[in-house]
Design a protein around this ligand. Structure first.
Ligand code: HSE
Length: 431
């Protein structure tokens, strides 16, 4: 049985998980797939920190070059995250004829096109199942199992931290900061959770899903992205009273020949399959012309789920290496019938809107008059309580409207004397 030599760059939390899993599953994989996976080298700039796994000192190095220049290494697992120096390490590994397995969504979202091109040129491959929804085989599903499908839409809850916070707010009336603190305490949120909360982690993952589903390299800058930082508890509660849950949704769908691609808090009816995804769990809902609807659900992050995805990629590559076969990077872009990105201003959506208004005669008429001017039709309206002294919340749901029209209408409503504070608008997704 040919041994396949693997090396790891990045010995952090996930790296430690991969080392543990490769050791713990070694025999199991040998029996199951007839493969000898040998972790021969680990590089990390910090070798002082104690890790909860035993590794022979000889395997450790501070220099990634010791791996990249070693002709005996077949597969490099990159787990350092971020763009630099991860990009340089990945490219060097590919140019040295090594296959690469990575969980680095930020890197692939920013430089995937360039990296895949190098892999193709060098006759090797890059695998990245762990980059989106660790425990969910969505990369394989979109690129392999669903290959015969024309994908119409992909909707994902793909950031566990945001989903945990929103769930705590909805189910326990927790404040945003309180829920974030708990997420950090449980190790769900990153120590710096900025990218989780501002939606960028979801946007990076959505760029990858868009490539897999629609064959387009989408620039993250072209993905309209709003995080959950300004979602207020009162809106979660009002939405719940109306039969909706607020989720941070990553959306990529075909619309009028364009790709509508965005990340933002979204009202979903509680009957929607994704509305039941609670806590730190992730789920991706895919519509294709042959499968109809498919829902993939599971752990999005975490040491074990992510290591499982990494070992799956490593095993696939190792099978080819052991058999002496080439594993060439497939072409990632294809013609899915979409030309260009749909700008957010042109997007059509239903909206949840909340105004803080004085409880006086004519206030509702003023608001609805402006909405009517922009052809925005109200589907329901409720005033939450009566208070002569202070502004009270008026909550509306609209029928489908064009975002640009809604923005103009809200701008005008905001100028009314009877309105205090900025109106809140949250998009709704019905399908
Ligand atoms: N921090 C991410 C999350 C996991 O909360 O889902 C890594 O992408």
């Amino acid at each position: 049985m040919k041994k396949v030599n693997i090396a790891l760059i990045g010995f952090g939390t996930i790296g430690t998980g991969v080392v543990k899993a490769l050791a713990g599953k070694r025999l199991f994989i040998k029996k199951k797939r007839g493969l000898e996976l040998e972790l021969v080298r680990i590089a990390d700039k910090d070798l002082r920190t104690k890790r909860p796994v035993k590794v022979s000192r000889k395997k450790l190095t501070k220099k990634a070059g010791d791996i990249l220049n070693d002709p005996n290494i077949d597969i490099v697992i990159e787990l350092i995250g971020g763009i630099h120096p991860a990009k340089e390490f990945v490219i060097k590994a590919l140019e040295s004829g090594k296959h690469v397995v990575t969980a680095n969504k930020a890197l692939l979202a920013a430089c995937g096109k360039e990296i895949f091109k190098v892999a193709k040129k060098c006759g090797v491959t890059v695998r990245f199942e762990a980059s989106v929804g660790g425990g969910i085989p969505v990369v394989k599903a979109l690129s392999g199992d669903f290959v015969a499908n024309r994908i119409q839409a992909v909707y994902g809850i793909i950031n566990g931290t945001s989903n945990y916070i929103l769930t705590k707010m909805e189910e326990e009336g927790e404040t945003f900061n309180g829920a974030l603190k708990k997420a950090k305490g449980l190790g769900i949120a990153e120590s710096n959770p900025t990218l989780d909360i501002n939606g960028m982690d979801s946007a990076h993952k959505l760029a990858i899903l868009s490539l897999l589903g629609f064959g387009r390299y989408v620039d993250v800058g072209d993905i309209f992205t709003e995080g959950i930082q300004s979602v207020e508890l009162q809106d979660i509660q009002y939405a719940k009273e109306l039969g909706y849950s607020i989720k941070l949704l990553a959306i990529a769908k075909k619309d009028e020949g364009k790709l509508d691609v965005r990340v933002h808090p979204t009202l979903l009816t509680t009957k929607h399959l994704l509305a039941g995804v609670r806590g730190a769990q992730n789920a991706i809902y895919i519509k294709g012309d042959m499968i109809g609807e498919s829902l993939l659900y599971g752990e999005g992050a975490g040491e074990k789920a992510t290591s499982s995805a990494i070992i799956s990629d490593v095993t696939d590559i190792a099978e080819a290496v052991a058999a002496g076969k080439k594993m060439i990077m497939p072409e990632m872009n294809f013609d899915s019938g979409v030309s260009g990105i749909k700008g957010i201003g042109r997007v059509k959506s239903r909206y949840y809107i909340r105004f803080m208004a004085m409880d006086k005669p004519g206030v509702l008429a003023g608001i609805s008059g402006i909405l009517a001017k922009y052809k925005i039709s109200i589907s329901s309206v409720s005033q939450k309580e009566r208070n002569k002294e202070h502004a009270v919340p008026i909550v509306m749901l609209t029928h489908e409207a064009i975002e640009m029209d809604l923005r103009k209408a809200l701008g005008q409503i905001n100028k009314l004397n009877s309105i205090s504070g900025k109106p809140v608008a949250i998009r709704m997704e019905m399908r």
